[in-house]
Design a protein around this ligand. Structure first.
Ligand code: BGC
Length: 280
């Protein structure tokens, strides 16, 4: 029996990431912002990466600091190798090391397939897939250099790749985006297999529809929201913190035996809701 006078600890009170250093790419908005805030609430020091909007990055830093956490903002376009190298150098100089990478930066450039330009294709693949490759590679170098520090974590490092339900659900009109997410799935698993003996954990979170600027059209009018609900058995849109909480837990030692996994956080979107009546 639980004594009702003793409140259960809230996730953030557990400080599961105390003493750890994190880098969150695309941490200035949407899911990345929620991850940065959640990791900081769990005790991590956080480098909040932004691509172009420094003010937005600074705002996230201020939010974290106001809650008693430690963070700084750092600019880099993750698709540019020199910028990624410099971001890692600056973060390691500031924090001493990195224990957690949230490989989150991503974008959509939607178009009907036959109208999709090479530029739209390349931009999405470069940021969503190549960007995650570059950041994961630099993180692995640092994790291997440092190895396990037992007082900090049982693992030498953790990488969380932000994928999507669209790593399994094909998406007409978004071929570049769905391809990038399918690629992330195989990249994540292959890296996980290669670096597991070094005690490095690599996993993905696959969000469904989360209320962020990237999909504003899908939720901002009541009509759009209603139609979105046809795709979500749990009948609510996800909030950014639904992902932030999972990221903080997945990065923590509570999840130490999870490696190479895709965690779907989607209210059941990937359950083929079109088949929910059981009619053939
Ligand atoms: C996309 C969103 C979309 C969601 C579900 C995400 O990966 O970025 O635009 O709402 O998948 O379809």
């Amino acid at each position: 029996m639980t004594d009702s006078n003793v409140p259960m600890p809230k996730c953030e009170d557990l400080k599961l990431l105390q003493g750890q250093k994190a880098l969150v790419t695309g941490g200035s908005s949407g899911i990345g912002k929620a991850c940065a805030i959640a990791l900081a609430a769990a005790g991590a020091d956080v480098a909040v990466n932004y691509a172009h909007h420094e003010e937005a990055g600074q705002e996230v830093v201020e939010t974290i600091k106001a809650a008693g956490g430690n963070a700084f903002a750092i600019g880099a376009d993750v698709s540019q190798e020199e910028q990624v190298l410099s971001m890692f150098k600056q973060t390691i100089d500031a924090f001493g090391t990195i224990d957690i990478l949230v490989n989150n930066a991503g974008m959509q450039r939607d178009a009907k397939f036959e109208e999709m330009t090479l530029q739209q294709w390349n931009q999405v693949i470069s940021v969503n897939l190549t960007g995650q490759f570059l950041c994961a590679r630099e993180a692995v170098k640092e994790f291997k250099r440092r190895g396990v520090v037992e007082e900090v974590s049982c693992a030498a490092g953790k990488i969380i790749c932000m994928s999507s339900v669209h790593q399994v659900i094909p998406w007409a009109g978004h071929v570049n985006y769905a391809t990038s997410k399918g690629g992330i799935n195989m990249m994540m698993k292959s890296i996980a297999q290669e670096v597991a003996p070094d005690r490095i954990r690599v996993n993905s979170i696959c969000p469904g529809a989360i209320r962020t600027p990237i999909n504003r059209k899908a939720w901002e009018t009541p009509e759009a929201y209603d139609s979105l609900m046809n795709l979500i058995p749990y009948k609510r849109i996800g909030e950014p913190d639904d992902i932030g909480r999972v990221a903080a837990w997945l990065a923590s030692d509570q999840a130490d035996y999870i490696n190479g996994a895709s965690i779907f956080v989607d209210g059941g979107m990937s359950l083929y809701p079109g088949f929910s009546t059981g009619d053939g």
